[in-house]
Design a binder for this molecule. Structure first.
Ligand code: SF4
Ligand code: SF4
Length: 362
């Protein structure tokens, strides 16, 4: 099987000089120790597939599918290679030929059949108490995402309470944004089209989301006519209107940078501005562009749970002493860090904001 090099970025593959600098950073390699599970190894695998000198067997699939697409290798590659982009491209090439893991197959079937990552047939807006106030036309919609819709409905409701004051509405029948499909090599065009149709019908100008994966996908895969804002950006622009300043909470928290908000999109300061208005912030050992991945992204949590949780446990070692909460702004990071042992100590930025507002009204 020879992968179609025309559809791969040949120059990017050849730019890799195999220096191995990326080995130090790759969170998957740090846990597995296999050369094929580090950035350089993955690029060698991709090059060999493209040249036709390697068959796409299960070891190849494991090599390509254990990348969380965290992007720390991109930031630290002296040759300017973008490994997660190559990995996603290779996954696409293989999936197009029907070569995929059982987990990829299951995940894609689930999303295509149900419109969400959980195969949940229940009401996506079950968390919404009063639908009568939903406007059919709006400048902005809150894009909730699968995770907050079905697993963290209280965070969805709190986000909505903050956003609706500004005239933000909701899509009548939101579908998965497509992120898990794009990350794992599938074409999520149908989902993009359906969400876009609703956005156009509502006449929106922009989208606000509290999920790092949705944010990256909405920004990269949806029409550039829609502006995309993350909730940390939105909140940091409205600190005084929301009455957040004044350090309402006498607590200290740390902040975990989700890869797809931080490294992939440069959103580092906005969540910190919101936190510092509310309480004290103590940084994690590795933060901002050096932040370690939670291990959940790129389909790794779904396909390689043990490896994913090992990465999350490693990330928890970066938490400084004496903090009350680990705050983040991605439900997938929350899920993985909680499952790795941090439990209820990990909260969404919106949950912190809700605590501060409740304290003020006491
Ligand atoms: S991807 Fe970059 S850092 Fe890694 S081996 Fe290739 S050139 Fe070196
Ligand atoms: S994106 Fe992250 S997990 Fe993937 S190869 Fe690079 S450092 Fe490793």
């Amino acid at each position: 099987m020879k992968m179609n090099l025309d559809r791969m970025d040949k120059r990017s593959i050849n730019r890799c000089v195999r220096c191995g600098s990326c080995r130090t950073f790759c969170p998957a390699f740090q846990e597995s120790g296999w050369e094929s599970a580090n950035t350089r190894g993955r690029i060698i695998v991709i090059k060999s597939l493209a040249e036709g000198s390697l068959e796409a067997d299960s070891r190849v699939l494991d090599s390509l599918n254990t990348c969380t697409t965290c992007g720390i290798c991109t930031d630290n590659c002296p040759a300017g290679v973008n490994p997660p982009e190559l990995v996603e491209c290779a996954r696409r090439e293989l999936v197009a030929r029907g070569i995929m893991t059982a987990s990829q197959k299951d995940l894609s079937r689930t999303i295509f059949q149900s419109g969400n990552t959980f195969g949940d047939r229940g009401d996506r807006l079950a968390w919404l108490r009063d639908r009568s106030r939903l406007s059919e036309k709006a400048d902005y919609v809150y894009f909730v995402g699968c995770m907050n819709s079905y697993r963290y409905p209280e965070t969805a409701a709190r986000s909505w309470e903050l956003l609706r004051r500004f005239g933000v509405s909701l899509l009548p029948s939101e579908q998965c944004c497509g992120s898990p499909l794009f990350r794992t090599g599938f074409d999520a065009g149908k989902l993009v089209d359906e969400n876009t149709r609703q956005m156009q019908q509502m006449g929106i100008k922009g989208i606000i989301t509290g999920c790092a994966g949705c944010y990256a996908t909405l920004k990269k895969r949806y029409s550039s006519r829609f502006s995309v804002l993350s909730i940390p950006e939105f909140l940091s622009e409205h600190i005084s209107e929301l009455g957040l300043e004044g350090k309402a909470l006498d607590i200290t928290v740390t902040y975990h940078d989700p890869c797809h908000l931080g490294r992939h999109n440069g959103i580092y300061e906005q969540p910190r501005r919101v936190i510092e208005a509310i309480c004290s912030l103590k940084e994690m050992k590795a933060n901002r562009d050096a932040a370690r991945c939670c291990g959940g992204g790129g389909g790794v949590r779904a396909g390689y749970r043990d490896l994913s949780l090992k990465m999350a446990r490693k990330r928890l070692l970066d938490v400084p002493e004496g903090v009350d909460f680990i705050v983040t702004s991605c439900p997938l990071c929350i899920r993985n860090l909680r499952d790795a042992g941090a439990c209820e100590k990990v909260i969404d930025l919106v949950d912190l904001v809700a605590m501060a507002l409740a304290q003020k009204t006491r």
